[in-house]
Design a protein around this ligand. Structure first.
Ligand code: SF4
Length: 836
């Protein structure tokens, strides 16, 4: 079968029933004029433009990537690919790749050599270390590099330099997933796996628009919905996403009220005794305090806060309360608000109260946004210590020092690793003198961009930026280093369900671009870092030796990689950690035995107060959870800091579209993806559009206390009172000198007190019509940004016999990709190259 991969991101259904294997469907796309038989080689990789971790092969011809194909033997995707994977690889060949180092001279970035650029970085590092100590140097990395690279960066920052200032852009993304798992289970680590979709009888998605953020995971759910005995679907989201359209029940709470909503649902569970008392008694602590707190949230109270009918809250509690195999998933709708961790923890509580852990179809997936966010966390490059070690446990720090053969005093552990927003503050007040940014674009992705630009462009801050493309952030750098990317280097990536894949180098990087691993190892050699035996540190020198070192660092910890090797990952397409002597083929689920990584001597964290973020003292943790059980914790609902008022009557949320990733550094350079969503837009309900006197396509100005942006209006099915802006758009592909396009011009400098994840989904905003548009907004019609009531059929998720919506506005042309977006779909019998 052939489909337009832009018009139909999800492809044909392959229905299946509970407990049966998900059928194979292999998606492939080759560049125009290239046929299967022209391909010189297929090289093993995994998806890197979302967190699903789909196994795939890269087609290589004459030293260039010419296409991709899903891997039928991969348990994550069984061959399917996201549109970003099908077309995004073209960015590797973009003519504007960075191919030589740049240094700033007389205010301008000019071409340089590796020798000169590295010498400058080393000189500045040494000056700062001599004058101000390790705390003057900080690193801000990504969720898109490989484990070997994060581990090396962690060893250099926390070990060789001894700075506490190392964080990842996963702070924007998965910090709350990690924090929520630590609060409930004592340690990070995804309890469930994607296979649980095959068994669940209820799937509840909390703030998780899987249809756009994890396309292939959504395919799997759609296939269950199309098969016999489909699961019931619960969706919590203020927008009418494809998930909401397919749901048995859709709750659309006001942004920032998730804690009240969840407290109401859990109140109902307890009131109707939908509790697995044996599980709770044997495997958890904290029930009495928990029950007392949620007793204050009858559905009527929650309904008033959330603006959701109380009956819907009762109905949601019935659905999850009657489930026999309940799978819950959570993402940014819960993670990017002011009580992020408290809300995500309530989902963990839900599965604990119902005893839904560690068996097929039952569990929780605290999702990630980025492809290798999991590795950033495990390796200790995002505000954690390597191998999920506890920075507040001296024995864990000593163990790490032993592994690295460094003095224990060299590893800073007087406080938790510094989170990014705090690092920015240090840069703002001048105590951070050097910031090394890798594979991320903070000048578009961080909140309150005017402030971010002013911090990053300070003369006194030495800014090093390592990237594959010119970005809004490289524009501000003192030194720019050209990086090799996926397809041009080797390393492992671990997805949101703990599946580890090997990505092999397929082609040479362009010009002088080099893998991040090589860049950091060269920096370490030039800095002459040494261990206690005066040997060069880190001692490894390439991807495989870095992986072997990482295996040793992970051994005995929850994220145990010791049973893995590159050789094994070349045989099997994806293995879930832990992989060790006890689990030689990996483990599908954690906590199957009702035992957690929460014992005081082993846990990754002693936890925090869910309202204030104050850390729990070790002695208190030992007293309340001596046996390392799962912890039931709850928080009172706290009102938003920035509530809508007369001047700013709307709640602004920001988010993604299915066709783009992050700040479009890659997807904006792939023609099919670029053209599917070429410009930003604002989504608003028909009722609110009428209130401000605007219509589809009109130019509107969105204003908050921080700034204003001007975009075209899409009248969509978002709930009244809420407006949505995609955050992908910055300034690299526009000549407009005004900063009036990026959603983060509007968002506040504020974060969740526990996970320190910035708040992107609760901003009070004003919206005004500026002038009539010249046509419909440039927003995709295929997913949550579909126009409301234009007569265009919605995505193929509703009941077949549903009446078409009544047209009330001029038709908006449907999003499609044309012949350039041709995707072939094969079943198990017609997979090119036979069964694999
Ligand atoms: S854009 Fe999405 S995936 Fe990327 S950091 Fe933000 S939330 Fe995570």
């Amino acid at each position: 079968m052939v489909r337009d991969g832009i018009a139909d991101p999800w492809g044909a259904r392959t229905p299946y029933g509970p407990g049966t294997p998900w059928p194979v469907r292999v998606d492939s796309h080759l560049a125009e004029g290239v046929a299967e038989e022209d391909v010189d080689s297929w090289v093993r990789a995994a998806a890197v433009l979302h967190s699903n971790g789909d196994g795939m092969d890269l087609a290589v011809k004459d030293g260039r990537i010419v296409g991709v194909r899903g891997r039928a033997d991969d348990h994550v995707n069984r061959g399917r690919l996201d549109p970003k994977d099908l077309f995004g690889w073209q960015a590797n060949h973009s003519p504007d790749r960075l191919t030589a180092p740049l240094i700033r001279r007389d205010g301008r970035l000019v071409e340089s050599t590796w020798d000169e650029a590295m010498a400058l970085i080393v000189k500045r590092s040494k000056e700062l270390l001599d004058s101000s100590g390790p705390g003057s140097i900080g690193f801000y990395t990504s969720g898109q590099l490989f484990a070997e690279e994060y581990y090396t960066l962690s060893a250099i920052a926390h070990g060789a330099i001894g700075t506490n200032h190392l964080d990842g852009n996963t702070r924007l993304c998965t910090a709350t997933a990690a924090a929520a798992l630590k609060e409930s289970f004592g340690c990070d680590g995804q309890p469930a796996c994607y296979d649980d979709i095959d068994h669940a009888d209820v799937i509840a998605l909390f703030g998780h628009n899987a249809a756009e953020t994890q396309v292939v995971l959504w395919d799997r759910i759609l296939d269950r919905l199309a098969g016999p005995n489909p699961p019931a679907l619960l969706c919590v989201d203020p927008r009418e996403t494809p998930v909401a359209k397919a749901a048995t029940l859709h709750l659309a709470p006001l942004p920032g009220t998730n804690v009240a909503l969840m407290n109401g649902v859990l109140h109902e569970l307890i009131a109707n005794d939908r509790i697995d008392h044996d599980y709770v008694d044997n495997h958890t602590v904290g029930y009495d305090d928990f029950a007392r707190l949620v007793a204050d949230y009858p559905p009527e109270r929650a309904a008033e806060v959330c603006d959701v009918p109380a009956d819907q809250i009762r109905a949601a509690a019935r659905i999850v309360g009657q489930a026999e195999r309940l799978l819950c998933t959570v993402l940014q709708g819960f993670y990017q608000s002011h009580q992020a961790t408290a809300a995500a923890v309530q989902v963990n509580n839900l599965v604990l109260l119902r005893g839904m852990l560690g068996r097929p179809g039952a569990g929780v997936l605290q999702m990630n946004g980025q492809p290798t966010a999991e590795n950033t966390r495990e390796c200790g490059a995002d505000g954690d210590l390597t191998g999920f070690r506890n920075w507040a446990n001296d024995d864990h720090v000593a163990e790490l020092a032993g592994l690295w053969n460094l003095d224990v005093t060299q590893i800073p552990h007087f406080a938790p690793p510094t989170h990014l927003m705090q690092m920015l503050r240090y840069a703002e007040n001048g105590t951070l003198g050097m910031l090394w940014v890798s594979a991320t674009n903070p000048a578009v992705s961080l909140p309150e961009l005017r402030r971010v630009r002013s911090i990053l462009s300070q003369e006194r801050l030495f800014l090093v930026v390592q990237d594959a493309f010119p970005t809004e952030t490289t524009e501000l750098a003192d030194v720019v280093l050209p990086a090799a990317i996926w397809g041009e280097k080797t390393g492992v990536s671990t997805n949101a369900d703990r599946t580890v894949h090997l990505n092999e180098k397929a082609v040479e990087p362009p010009g002088q671009a080099r893998p991040d691993l090589d860049i950091w190892l060269e920096y370490a050699r030039r800095m002459d870092f040494r261990d206690r035996d005066d040997q060069p540190f880190p001692p490894w020198n390439d991807a495989e030796s870095a992986f072997e070192a990482w295996k040793r660092a992970s051994a005995g910890r929850p994220c145990d990689y010791s049973g893995l090797s590159y050789a094994k990952l070349r045989e099997v397409s994806g293995v879930r950690w832990p992989c060790n002597e006890d689990h030689p083929d990996g483990a599908d689920r954690l906590y199957a035995d009702g035992k957690f990584f929460a014992k005081p001597d082993y846990c990754e964290s002693y936890g925090r107060d869910l309202v204030t973020g104050a850390p729990t003292e070790p002695v208190e943790y030992r007293a309340t959870n001596p046996d390392g059980k799962a912890m039931l914790k709850a928080a009172q609902y706290v009102e938003l800091h920035e509530k809508p008022d007369r001047d700013h009557p709307f709640m602004l949320i920001t988010g993604r579209t299915v066709y783009h990733f992050h700040t479009r550094t890659k997807t904006g350079r792939a023609p099919q993806l670029r053209d599917a969503a070429p410009e930003p837009w604002l989504e608003m309900s028909a009722h609110d559009a009428e209130r401000i006197g605007a219509a589809e396509g009109d130019l509107v100005e969105v204003r908050t206390a921080r700034g204003a942006v001007r975009v075209a209006l899409r009248v969509s099915a978002v709930r009244d009172g809420v407006v949505f802006l995609p955050f992908h758009y910055g300034y690299w592909d526009t000549d407009d000198p005004n900063h009036d396009r990026a959603a983060n011009e509007l968002t506040p400098t504020d974060w969740d007190p526990v996970s320190k994840q910035p708040i992107f989904k609760t901003t009070a905003a004003a919206v005004e019509r500026v002038k009539a548009g010249e046509g419909p907004a440039p927003a995709p019609t295929t997913a949550a940004s579909a126009p409301a009531a234009t007569g265009i059929p919605a995505a193929d998720t509703g009941p077949a016999d549903a009446p078409p919506p009544t047209p009330t506005a001029p038709a908006v042309p449907e999003t499609h990709g044309g012949p350039a977006a041709r995707v072939e779909e094969h079943d198990a019998t017609t997979v090119p190259g036979g069964r694999r």
